[in-house]
Design a binder for this molecule. Sequence first.
Ligand code: NDP
Length: 232
Amino acid sequence: MRFEAKRAVITGGSRGIGRCIAQRLLREGARVHVFDRVAGEAPGAAFHTVDVDDPASVARAVASLDGEVDLLVNNAGITRDRTLMKMTDDEWHAVVDTNLGGAFYMLRAVAPLMAARGGGRVVNISSINALRGKFGQANYTAAKAGMIGLTKTAARELGRKGITVNAVAPGMVLTDMARSLPAEALERSRAETALGELATPEDVAAAVLFLLSDDAAAITGQVLQVDAGQYT
Ligand code: NDP
Protein backbone atom coordinates (compact mmCIF):
# COMPACT_ATOMS: atom_id res chain seq x y z
CA MET A 1 0.00 0.00 0.00
CA ARG A 2 2.75 2.46 -0.96
CA PHE A 3 0.25 4.96 -2.34
CA GLU A 4 -2.48 4.96 0.29
CA ALA A 5 -4.42 8.27 0.24
CA LYS A 6 -2.41 9.55 -2.76
CA ARG A 7 -4.30 11.08 -5.69
CA ALA A 8 -3.00 9.99 -9.09
CA VAL A 9 -3.77 11.13 -12.63
CA ILE A 10 -2.88 8.83 -15.55
CA THR A 11 -3.34 10.08 -19.09
CA GLY A 12 -4.20 7.44 -21.68
CA GLY A 13 -5.11 5.15 -18.79
CA SER A 14 -7.96 3.35 -20.56
CA ARG A 15 -5.77 0.68 -22.12
CA GLY A 16 -2.26 -0.63 -22.65
CA ILE A 17 0.56 0.53 -20.39
CA GLY A 18 -1.54 3.33 -18.86
CA ARG A 19 -4.26 0.92 -17.79
CA CYS A 20 -1.69 -1.36 -16.20
CA ILE A 21 -0.21 1.59 -14.26
CA ALA A 22 -3.70 2.65 -13.14
CA GLN A 23 -4.57 -0.85 -11.94
CA ARG A 24 -1.33 -1.26 -9.99
CA LEU A 25 -1.77 2.15 -8.34
CA LEU A 26 -5.33 1.22 -7.35
CA ARG A 27 -4.08 -2.07 -5.86
CA GLU A 28 -1.57 -0.09 -3.80
CA GLY A 29 -4.15 2.24 -2.33
CA ALA A 30 -4.11 5.31 -4.63
CA ARG A 31 -7.22 7.18 -5.75
CA VAL A 32 -6.84 7.07 -9.52
CA HIS A 33 -8.17 9.49 -12.14
CA VAL A 34 -7.91 8.30 -15.74
CA PHE A 35 -7.76 11.07 -18.38
CA ASP A 36 -8.49 9.56 -21.79
CA ARG A 37 -10.59 10.08 -24.89
CA VAL A 38 -12.71 6.97 -24.40
CA ALA A 39 -13.42 5.09 -21.17
CA GLY A 40 -11.86 1.66 -20.87
CA GLU A 41 -12.35 -0.97 -18.20
CA ALA A 42 -10.97 0.63 -15.08
CA PRO A 43 -12.89 -0.63 -12.06
CA GLY A 44 -12.25 1.68 -9.13
CA ALA A 45 -10.81 4.57 -11.15
CA ALA A 46 -12.60 7.85 -11.87
CA PHE A 47 -12.81 8.49 -15.61
CA HIS A 48 -12.55 11.96 -17.22
CA THR A 49 -13.06 12.52 -20.95
CA VAL A 50 -9.95 14.50 -21.91
CA ASP A 51 -8.09 15.21 -25.13
CA VAL A 52 -4.56 15.90 -23.90
CA ASP A 53 -3.62 17.79 -27.07
CA ASP A 54 -6.31 20.37 -26.26
CA PRO A 55 -5.16 22.72 -23.46
CA ALA A 56 -8.75 23.80 -22.68
CA SER A 57 -9.84 20.17 -22.24
CA VAL A 58 -6.85 19.54 -19.93
CA ALA A 59 -7.49 22.69 -17.90
CA ARG A 60 -11.20 21.79 -17.44
CA ALA A 61 -10.44 18.27 -16.23
CA VAL A 62 -7.66 19.37 -13.87
CA ALA A 63 -9.94 22.07 -12.42
CA SER A 64 -12.47 19.35 -11.53
CA LEU A 65 -9.92 17.66 -9.21
CA ASP A 66 -10.31 20.31 -6.47
CA GLY A 67 -6.56 20.86 -6.22
CA GLU A 68 -5.88 17.30 -5.15
CA VAL A 69 -3.10 15.71 -7.22
CA ASP A 70 0.00 14.01 -5.82
CA LEU A 71 1.06 11.82 -8.75
CA LEU A 72 0.94 12.43 -12.50
CA VAL A 73 1.82 9.97 -15.27
CA ASN A 74 1.92 11.47 -18.77
CA ASN A 75 1.34 8.29 -20.74
CA ALA A 76 -1.12 9.19 -23.53
CA GLY A 77 0.55 8.73 -26.88
CA ILE A 78 -0.03 7.95 -30.53
CA THR A 79 2.05 7.00 -33.55
CA ARG A 80 1.56 8.02 -37.20
CA ASP A 81 4.59 6.38 -38.81
CA ARG A 82 5.86 7.42 -42.25
CA THR A 83 9.28 8.25 -43.66
CA LEU A 84 10.03 11.93 -43.24
CA MET A 85 9.99 12.77 -46.96
CA LYS A 86 6.39 11.51 -47.16
CA MET A 87 5.17 12.61 -43.72
CA THR A 88 2.20 15.02 -43.86
CA ASP A 89 1.78 18.13 -41.71
CA ASP A 90 -1.18 16.46 -40.02
CA GLU A 91 0.87 13.38 -39.10
CA TRP A 92 3.63 15.57 -37.68
CA HIS A 93 1.30 17.79 -35.65
CA ALA A 94 -0.92 14.99 -34.33
CA VAL A 95 2.02 13.10 -32.87
CA VAL A 96 3.93 16.10 -31.52
CA ASP A 97 0.77 17.74 -30.12
CA THR A 98 -0.41 14.56 -28.37
CA ASN A 99 2.82 13.12 -26.98
CA LEU A 100 4.80 16.29 -26.23
CA GLY A 101 2.09 18.97 -26.15
CA GLY A 102 -0.11 16.75 -23.97
CA ALA A 103 2.67 16.25 -21.40
CA PHE A 104 3.34 20.01 -21.32
CA TYR A 105 -0.33 20.99 -20.94
CA MET A 106 -0.76 18.45 -18.14
CA LEU A 107 2.39 19.53 -16.29
CA ARG A 108 1.52 23.21 -16.59
CA ALA A 109 -1.95 22.57 -15.16
CA VAL A 110 -0.97 20.12 -12.41
CA ALA A 111 2.36 21.53 -11.14
CA PRO A 112 0.75 24.49 -9.28
CA LEU A 113 -1.59 22.08 -7.47
CA MET A 114 1.31 19.85 -6.43
CA ALA A 115 3.35 22.87 -5.35
CA ALA A 116 0.43 24.07 -3.20
CA ARG A 117 0.31 20.63 -1.52
CA GLY A 118 4.05 20.73 -0.82
CA GLY A 119 5.22 18.28 -3.48
CA GLY A 120 4.43 15.58 -5.97
CA ARG A 121 5.79 13.09 -8.44
CA VAL A 122 5.62 13.18 -12.24
CA VAL A 123 6.60 10.42 -14.67
CA ASN A 124 6.62 11.04 -18.42
CA ILE A 125 6.47 8.02 -20.73
CA SER A 126 9.04 8.51 -23.48
CA SER A 127 10.59 5.74 -25.65
CA ILE A 128 13.98 4.23 -26.38
CA ASN A 129 13.44 5.45 -29.94
CA ALA A 130 13.86 9.01 -28.62
CA LEU A 131 17.41 8.04 -27.68
CA ARG A 132 18.45 6.13 -30.79
CA GLY A 133 16.18 7.34 -33.64
CA LYS A 134 13.89 5.05 -35.60
CA PHE A 135 13.20 4.67 -39.31
CA GLY A 136 9.72 6.05 -40.12
CA GLN A 137 9.26 7.85 -36.79
CA ALA A 138 10.54 11.42 -37.27
CA ASN A 139 7.42 12.82 -35.57
CA TYR A 140 7.36 10.27 -32.73
CA THR A 141 11.08 10.33 -31.93
CA ALA A 142 11.14 14.15 -31.99
CA ALA A 143 8.16 14.27 -29.61
CA LYS A 144 9.54 11.60 -27.27
CA ALA A 145 12.99 13.26 -27.23
CA GLY A 146 11.21 16.54 -26.50
CA MET A 147 9.61 14.86 -23.49
CA ILE A 148 13.09 14.13 -22.13
CA GLY A 149 14.05 17.83 -22.42
CA LEU A 150 10.75 18.74 -20.78
CA THR A 151 11.45 16.24 -17.99
CA LYS A 152 14.88 17.69 -17.24
CA THR A 153 13.73 21.32 -17.31
CA ALA A 154 10.66 20.58 -15.19
CA ALA A 155 12.87 18.71 -12.70
CA ARG A 156 15.04 21.84 -12.35
CA GLU A 157 12.12 24.28 -12.14
CA LEU A 158 9.98 22.24 -9.75
CA GLY A 159 12.56 20.56 -7.52
CA ARG A 160 12.52 23.28 -4.84
CA LYS A 161 8.75 22.87 -4.64
CA GLY A 162 9.16 19.22 -3.65
CA ILE A 163 8.20 17.85 -7.06
CA THR A 164 10.30 15.18 -8.82
CA VAL A 165 10.00 14.70 -12.58
CA ASN A 166 11.40 11.64 -14.34
CA ALA A 167 10.93 9.79 -17.61
CA VAL A 168 10.55 6.10 -18.36
CA ALA A 169 11.66 5.00 -21.82
CA PRO A 170 10.13 1.65 -22.75
CA GLY A 171 11.37 -0.51 -25.59
CA MET A 172 8.82 -2.46 -27.58
CA VAL A 173 5.96 -3.54 -25.32
CA LEU A 174 3.13 -5.78 -26.52
CA THR A 175 0.09 -3.47 -26.38
CA ASP A 176 -2.50 -2.45 -29.00
CA MET A 177 0.00 0.16 -30.26
CA ALA A 178 2.67 -2.50 -30.86
CA ARG A 179 0.22 -5.12 -32.17
CA SER A 180 -0.63 -2.78 -35.05
CA LEU A 181 2.94 -3.36 -36.36
CA PRO A 182 3.85 -6.13 -38.83
CA ALA A 183 4.91 -9.42 -37.16
CA GLU A 184 8.44 -9.06 -38.60
CA ALA A 185 8.88 -5.73 -36.81
CA LEU A 186 7.94 -7.34 -33.48
CA GLU A 187 10.32 -10.22 -34.15
CA ARG A 188 13.15 -7.79 -35.00
CA SER A 189 12.56 -5.96 -31.71
CA ARG A 190 12.59 -9.22 -29.76
CA ALA A 191 15.87 -10.19 -31.46
CA GLU A 192 17.39 -6.83 -30.40
CA THR A 193 16.81 -7.47 -26.69
CA ALA A 194 19.58 -8.68 -24.41
CA LEU A 195 17.08 -10.78 -22.43
CA GLY A 196 15.50 -12.52 -25.45
CA GLU A 197 11.95 -11.40 -24.56
CA LEU A 198 10.11 -8.10 -24.86
CA ALA A 199 9.28 -6.02 -21.78
CA THR A 200 5.64 -6.25 -20.67
CA PRO A 201 3.21 -3.52 -19.54
CA GLU A 202 3.71 -4.88 -15.99
CA ASP A 203 7.49 -4.33 -16.27
CA VAL A 204 6.94 -0.71 -17.34
CA ALA A 205 4.32 -0.13 -14.63
CA ALA A 206 6.67 -1.49 -11.94
CA ALA A 207 9.35 1.05 -12.91
CA VAL A 208 6.80 3.88 -13.01
CA LEU A 209 5.50 2.99 -9.55
CA PHE A 210 9.04 2.96 -8.18
CA LEU A 211 9.63 6.50 -9.51
CA LEU A 212 6.27 7.59 -8.02
CA SER A 213 7.12 6.09 -4.64
CA ASP A 214 8.85 7.52 -1.56
CA ASP A 215 11.84 5.27 -2.36
CA ALA A 216 12.63 7.51 -5.35
CA ALA A 217 12.67 10.74 -3.32
CA ALA A 218 16.21 11.69 -4.42
CA ILE A 219 15.77 10.79 -8.10
CA THR A 220 14.76 13.56 -10.50
CA GLY A 221 15.46 14.54 -14.10
CA GLN A 222 16.35 10.95 -15.01
CA VAL A 223 15.42 8.65 -17.89
CA LEU A 224 14.94 5.00 -16.93
CA GLN A 225 14.92 2.52 -19.83
CA VAL A 226 12.61 -0.48 -19.46
CA ASP A 227 13.42 -2.39 -22.61
CA ALA A 228 14.79 -5.85 -21.76
CA GLY A 229 18.13 -4.51 -22.99
CA GLN A 230 16.76 -3.66 -26.44
CA TYR A 231 18.88 -0.49 -26.68
CA THR A 232 22.07 -0.82 -24.66
P1 NDP B 1 -2.07 2.39 -26.46
O1 NDP B 1 -2.31 2.86 -27.86
O2 NDP B 1 -2.39 0.97 -26.12
O3 NDP B 1 -2.83 3.33 -25.41
C1 NDP B 1 -2.65 4.72 -25.47
C2 NDP B 1 -3.82 5.38 -24.76
O4 NDP B 1 -3.63 6.81 -24.87
C3 NDP B 1 -5.14 5.04 -25.41
O5 NDP B 1 -6.14 4.80 -24.45
C4 NDP B 1 -5.42 6.29 -26.22
O6 NDP B 1 -6.78 6.57 -26.48
C5 NDP B 1 -4.86 7.36 -25.31
N1 NDP B 1 -4.70 8.62 -26.04
C6 NDP B 1 -4.18 8.80 -27.27
N2 NDP B 1 -4.28 10.08 -27.63
C7 NDP B 1 -4.90 10.74 -26.61
C8 NDP B 1 -5.31 12.07 -26.40
N3 NDP B 1 -5.11 13.03 -27.32
N4 NDP B 1 -5.92 12.39 -25.23
C9 NDP B 1 -6.14 11.44 -24.28
N5 NDP B 1 -5.79 10.15 -24.44
C10 NDP B 1 -5.17 9.80 -25.59
O7 NDP B 1 -0.54 2.73 -26.17
P2 NDP B 1 0.56 1.99 -25.26
O8 NDP B 1 -0.05 1.56 -23.99
O9 NDP B 1 1.27 1.03 -26.11
O10 NDP B 1 1.56 3.20 -25.00
C11 NDP B 1 1.49 4.03 -23.85
C12 NDP B 1 2.64 5.02 -23.90
O11 NDP B 1 3.87 4.31 -23.96
C13 NDP B 1 2.60 5.92 -25.12
O12 NDP B 1 3.03 7.21 -24.78
C14 NDP B 1 3.59 5.26 -26.06
O13 NDP B 1 4.13 6.19 -26.97
C15 NDP B 1 4.62 4.76 -25.06
N6 NDP B 1 5.43 3.67 -25.57
C16 NDP B 1 4.84 2.50 -26.00
C17 NDP B 1 5.62 1.47 -26.50
C18 NDP B 1 5.03 0.19 -26.99
O14 NDP B 1 5.78 -0.62 -27.57
N7 NDP B 1 3.76 -0.08 -26.78
C19 NDP B 1 7.09 1.60 -26.58
C20 NDP B 1 7.60 2.85 -26.08
C21 NDP B 1 6.79 3.84 -25.61
P3 NDP B 1 -7.45 6.11 -27.87
O15 NDP B 1 -7.86 4.70 -27.63
O16 NDP B 1 -8.60 7.05 -28.04
O17 NDP B 1 -6.41 6.27 -28.95
